[in-house]
Design a protein around this ligand. Structure first.
Ligand SMILES: [Zn+2]
Length: 398
């Protein structure tokens, strides 16, 4: 098996995605090229796209090397057959997208047939634990940000979510609040959730080292003006530690966004004390902690209860993903502890993310094969683990 053989094998293997935010059908059906870009990471670049050919060309000149754009354009080219995204084919691509999405099943078909998904773990942060009515295709993750951030009625996570808005939700003590949270996690599991998900890097620093119960009690239901920042953080720390204990009891992997987000507080090493404290919990560490992929390598080397999750990384920086995969294969205690997810909202971007991951895996395994660091049969078996087998094992329903 040579590099070409590897690449074509990768394009045929089934896939399991550890993480996505796939949007419901009504939003998929409204897609044209502008909406696709808005619902993608290209939109995060914050650049004006304009509406004339000259304005679009200027946008493409600015964004053309950014890997969010590169892989989305490659996906659109492969799916619609009109070439890469350009100012010239912009309207034709928009029309092709609208036409294809007039079939409400089309976006599911892209995931099943083009992306070859067995299933994806869905983080529907707008409705925690939702499976979009397709439990065969989406295994939900239950997002816990709202529980960690909502120390009082009116407090929310960065997405505006709070448990206090639920009808009849009225706990009068911290303990009652924590019990209700644990019951909500159990209920999510009963509805098919296969993981708990923290995106807290968008809400607060990832150090949870001060689970001071007295400080958390002071913050609970306190006046927003009077509570100290330290007490509010302590509340979140206490909640997070209770989530870890719930994951341990329910044997649920805990997915944790590391890196980027509020970048001053998202270093993987800030979260390391929690990993050390709960050796029986499997921590699925997202995005390889980019830009601190090396820190994650150290954590992978030292702890058996962690998984390196490449979700999003090949889109953030394909080069960083190649380097990280080489390194992680060398230091990880078991090669069953590396997974990938698309981390996207649309099937088009999911396909682009998959093409990026195939490129990364093909390149890394190809180079290792060429350098005599592994055999062809090892490379083939590793390809299966990286594309689906590892994630399938981790997120299989009981
Ligand atoms: Zn995500």
């Amino acid at each position: 098996m040579d590099s070409d053989g590897l690449q074509s094998l990768l394009g045929e293997l089934p896939v399991v995605s550890s993480h996505c935010h796939h949007l419901p059908t009504d939003q998929q059906q409204s897609l044209d090229l502008d909406k696709l870009l808005s619902h993608s990471y290209v939109g995060w670049c914050g650049l004006e796209r304009g509406s004339t050919a000259a304005e679009r060309q200027r946008f493409l000149d600015q964004v053309g090397f950014n890997t969010y754009f590169v892989w989305l354009s490659k996906a659109v080219e492969a799916l619609y057959g009109l070439g890469p995204v350009s100012a010239d084919n912009w309207e034709a691509l928009s029309a092709a997208l609208r036409q294809a999405h007039s079939d409400p099943e089309y976006h599911f078909r892209l995931l099943r047939e083009r992306c070859r998904y067995k299933f994806a773990v869905e983080d529907a942060y707008w409705n925690a634990g939702d499976d979009l009515g397709r439990p065969d295709l989406f295994h939900p993750a239950y997002r816990i940000n709202a529980w960690v951030m909502s120390y009082r009625p009116g407090a929310t996570d960065h997405g505006g979510n709070s448990p206090w808005t639920r009808p009849g939700f009225d706990p009068h003590s911290l303990d009652e609040y924590l019990d209700l949270m644990e019951a909500a996690i159990e209920q999510a599991v009963a509805h098919g959730a296969v993981a708990v998900k923290s995106a807290l890097a968008y809400d607060r620093p990832l150090s949870f080292d001060n689970p001071d119960v007295e400080a958390a009690r002071r913050a609970f239901r306190s006046d927003a003006e009077q509570v100290s920042a330290a007490d509010r953080l302590a509340f979140g720390d206490v909640v997070m530690h209770r989530i870890c204990r719930a994951c341990q009891r329910l044997q649920l992997p805990l997915q944790v966004h590391l890196g980027l987000g509020i970048i001053s507080g998202s270093r993987p090493m800030f979260f390391e004390p929690v990993i050390a404290k709960y050796p029986e919990v499997t921590f699925d560490l997202f995005h390889c902690g980019y830009p601190w992929c090396d820190e994650l390598a150290g954590i992978l080397h030292n702890y058996p209860n962690v998984v390196a999750d490449f979700c999003w990384l090949p889109l953030i920086s394909t080069t960083a993903a190649v380097y990280a995969l080489h390194q992680y294969l060398e230091v990880v205690r078991s090669c069953e502890r590396i997974v990938w997810g698309d981390d996207t909202w649309t099937s088009e971007e999911a396909y682009g993310a998959l093409l990026a991951w195939e490129y990364v895996v093909g390149r890394v395994l190809g180079e290792r094969l060429q350098q005599g660091l592994c055999s062809a049969s090892q490379a083939e078996r590793m390809a299966e683990k990286l594309m689906y087998a590892n994630a399938q094992k981790l997120f299989q329903r009981p």
